[in-house]
Design a protein around this ligand. Structure first.
Ligand code: FRU
Length: 483
């Protein structure tokens, strides 16, 4: 058996073994994407093709640690029911032997094409990075086409995560990079035929005005247009915490401006964090067939107590966020749950006003909507959200899951708090405040037997609670491809 087939076989056996276990696992998500075994990180190759949504992901199927990554693959027709498809990419060729790292998908010539980074450690343990291509006629089985882009001289081998798109009849690629003086950067490349790539240069970097000394590496860049503006989304590493900003180990956020494709220069504004929770990183967007810009993020942060998460004992770690629509409102990105998420609702368990306070019990897969000024919300005796109107400050607190010490993340709203939408899924919580102006994404390792919800409001607030579907992902790894 070839190495590729052998690795796939082992991964499918792990999925088969673990799928039964996670059905009983009180932390395993009910309606979020996670493989039943190993470690998931970045969303990759996020695209809709012929009506079907495809979300690939960084996957180490054999252990709850990083290593030689695979590209796992989920697909869906409706964004709520998903299937785990056969593995799209396995590491093992000379140019990706230590991992098929992050990248993106495009459609060209009636094929799905994946651009990804081949990660290699040479015999001295030194990193090498190759930007590679794999193609598929059916969106399920991929054939590797090898290295497309070599490392330009001006960067260190920290050069990865190609995101490709089309503009004005040409193809463009951004790559997360590090300049030789160890500063984060984004490289822009151009191609007319997706085969020959020309390096157009660095379009932004850690000292590109108005940024100063902004990190030693920028991962997972993504460039797209909304309302005539270009947005560069990226994940910088090496920022110091600054008040309520940059409190996670690594950040994710965006700059907005104008990209001059001819001059390969990007005139942009300041960096804004896109999420204010404890666990969020490496987001990627696509435009779907309805013309919506939809984002998926990884509900995790590299090196941030990853391996102290309680699910390690159960053989898996991390999950994706829900898909969210991006809108540009007053110069800021807002993230909104998609209307499709309403299809997750199975039963409305509360609908009416809350005066002063509410205390009750909810399921562990729930959506809660509150319209009005909430003062305090406590969930499962574990997470607390408070709002201070004088500062328009929203703060999420929890006991740290490793050492129990209280920790907090905050965000300042541009207007008084008027709405909250919460998605609760066993061990995760996504909070959308004021129609997605501020979003908090976090894991939540509350006691599974605790089902309490407590809400304190200013005056009267309209509240709705729905129980949501549980276990919406089918792990039907059909192993036919191995025969
Ligand atoms: C971001 C990242 C990417 C890399 C991938 C490897 O989390 O470090 O830069 O391609 O993960 O799994």
């Amino acid at each position: 058996m070839s190495l590729d087939k052998e690795l796939r076989k082992q991964a499918y056996e792990a999925v088969e073994r673990e799928t039964i276990k996670v059905q009983e696992d009180t932390f395993f998500p009910g309606f979020h994407l996670a493989p039943p075994t190993g470690l998931l990180n970045d969303p990759n190759g996020w695209i809709q093709w012929k009506g079907i949504y495809h979300l690939f992901f960084q996957w180490m199927p054999f252990k709850t640690g990083h290593g030689a990554k695979f590209w796992g693959h989920f697909s869906s027709e409706n964004l709520t029911d998903w299937t785990l498809e056969p593995i799209a990419l396995t590491p093992g060729d000379w140019y990706d032997k230590n991992g098929c790292y992050s990248g993106s998908a495009i459609i060209d010539d009636n094929k799905m094409k994946l651009f990804y980074t081949g990660n290699v450690k040479d015999e001295h343990g030194q990193r090498e990075s190759y930007q590679c291509l794999a193609e598929s006629a059916d969106g399920i089985t991929f054939t590797k086409k090898g290295v497309q882009v070599e490392l330009p001289e001006v960067y260190t081998p920290h050069f990865r995560d190609p995101k490709v798109w089309k503009h004005g009849g040409r193809w463009y690629m951004v790559i997360g990079a590090q300049t030789k003086d160890e500063k984060g950067a984004v490289a822009l490349l151009e191609s007319t035929d997706l085969t020959e790539w020309t390096n157009r240069g660095t379009i932004s970097h850690a000292n590109h005005s108005p940024l100063t000394n902004f990190g030693y590496m920028w991962e997972c860049p993504d460039v797209f247009q909304l309302d005539g503006k270009e947005i560069l989304l990226f994940s910088p590493q090496g920022l110091e915490a600054d008040g309520i900003q940059f409190n996670n180990t690594y950040q994710s956020g965006y700059v907005i401006g104008e990209l001059d494709y001819e001059a390969a220069s990007f005139d942009h504004g300041t960096f804004k964090e896109i999420d204010h929770g404890f666990e969020f990183y490496a987001p990627q967007t696509t435009e779907d067939e309805k013309g919506r810009r939809i984002l998926f993020g990884w509900m995790g942060v590299p090196d941030q107590q990853e391996f102290e998460q309680p699910t390690i004992q159960n053989g898996w770690v991390h999950q994706m966020t829900l898909p969210r629509e991006l809108r540009l409102v007053d110069g800021c990105l807002h993230q909104l749950p998609l209307p499709e998420m309403k299809d997750l609702r199975t039963e409305k368990t509360y609908d009416g006003p809350v005066k002063d306070r509410y205390a009750g019990f909810i399921a562990r897969t729930v959506e809660v909507q509150l319209k009005g000024r909430v003062k305090r919300l406590e969930l499962f005796g574990n997470m607390t959200l408070t709002y201070e109107p004088d500062k328009r400050l929203l703060t999420l607190e929890r006991p740290n899951y490793a050492n129990g010490k209280p920790e907090a993340r905050s965000s300042i709203l541009s207007a008084d708090l008027y709405s909250l939408q919460l998605y609760i899924d066993h061990s995760s919580l996504e909070i959308f405040a004021n129609d997605g102006e501020s979003v908090f994404t976090s894991r939540m390792f509350a006691k599974p037997e605790n089902h309490s919800l407590y809400v304190e409001v200013d005056g009267s607030v309209e509240m709705s609670i729905w129980t949501l579907k549980n276990k919406t992902v089918a792990y039907t790894n059909d192993q036919d491809e191995l025969k």
